[in-house]
Design a protein around this ligand. Structure first.
Ligand code: 13P
Ligand code: ZN
Length: 274
């Protein structure tokens, strides 16, 4: 028996590989964190090592004190996670103040959690609050079409939410609140973490201009599915713009969007409808 026989590790590794297969993780692009359940921590504990030193994150999430997270390593390639999990991913424990982590498994050879750990951590903190504890997954990827859209649309939640909803009929059902947008910022620190978590108070996904997308959810299926749905809608949007030269003949109307929401029993964000 090894820690790699524990189901949550297998599911996490599968999600990393699925993202790689989609083409969303060039080189070390993207990162994935998962807030472990108590029984999953117990199943993994026999394989923990002597913990490393506490490392301050520059952000605080008091509601995450004492939690354990699976995380990808900084500079590690999603492509390699399935081949070499011990060096590519790890488990970190959060201290009692909710402002520092220490490594308890994996990230071998001096590796560290993703440079976006502060953003993941603050997103977990606000999504845990917003979902009454249901949110467990934060996923950052570099899908090409949603990034391309950030060069042509206004960088507002309204512009992106409407364009994506109109690109595919299922979109308003999958993300009825819409998506947030964060203007271009230097990645990897506390400032972008705070700006992203502000958006994540209202939305379960946030676009990073000229960089990528953050998605959240209660499990790997829902979170991967959200990334996939948004990127597919972005691809359709870009195909329509490229083939039509911007002269769109017809689209899903605001009343159509309201009708979908009504029949599927979701509350669409009326702020973005005319
Ligand atoms: P890491 O390799 O530190 O996870 O960074 C990749 C990335 O996508 C930065 O935004
Ligand atoms: Zn990135």
């Amino acid at each position: 028996m090894s820690i790699l026989d524990v189901k949550i590790l297998q599911d996490y590794i599968r999600m990393c590989n699925d993202g790689w297969l989609q083409g969303w993780h060039e080189r070390n692009g993207g990162n994935l964190t998962y807030r472990m359940k108590a029984e999953e921590v117990e199943a993994c504990k026999p394989f923990f090592k002597e913990p490393g030193p506490w490392v301050n994150m520059g952000v605080t999430g008091e509601n995450l004190a004492g939690e354990y997270f699976l995380t990808t390593g900084s500079g590690k390639f999603f492509r390699n996670v399935i081949l070499d999990p011990e060096h590519s991913i790890g488990i970190v424990e959060i201290n009692e103040k909710g402002d520092s982590w220490r490594i308890v498994w994996g990230l071998e050879g001096g590796a560290k959690p993703t440079s976006e750990f502060p953003s993941h951590f603050m997103n977990h903190s606000v999504r845990v609050k917003a979902t009454d504890g249901a949110c467990r997954v934060i996923y950052h990827a570099h899908p090409a079409n949603i990034i391309a859209m950030t060069y042509v649309l206004p960088l507002t939640a309204k512009a992106f939410s409407r364009a994506l909803w109109q690109a595919a009929t299922e979109c308003p059902v999958v993300f009825p609140a819409g998506v947030g947008v964060v203007e271009w910022m230097v990645p990897g620190g506390a400032e972008i973490a705070m700006a992203t978590s502000e958006q994540m108070k209202k939305y379960d996904a946030a676009v990073w201009a000229h960089h990528g997308l953050f998605c959240s959810g209660p499990d790997f299926d829902i979170t991967f599915g959200l990334m996939h749905t948004i990127e597919k809608a972005a691809e359709i949007h870009n195909l329509v713009m490229a083939t039509s030269g911007g002269n769109v003949r017809q689209t899903i109307t605001d009343d159509n969007l309201r009708a979908i929401a009504r029949d599927f029993g979701v509350t669409i964000n009326e702020e973005f409808l005319d």
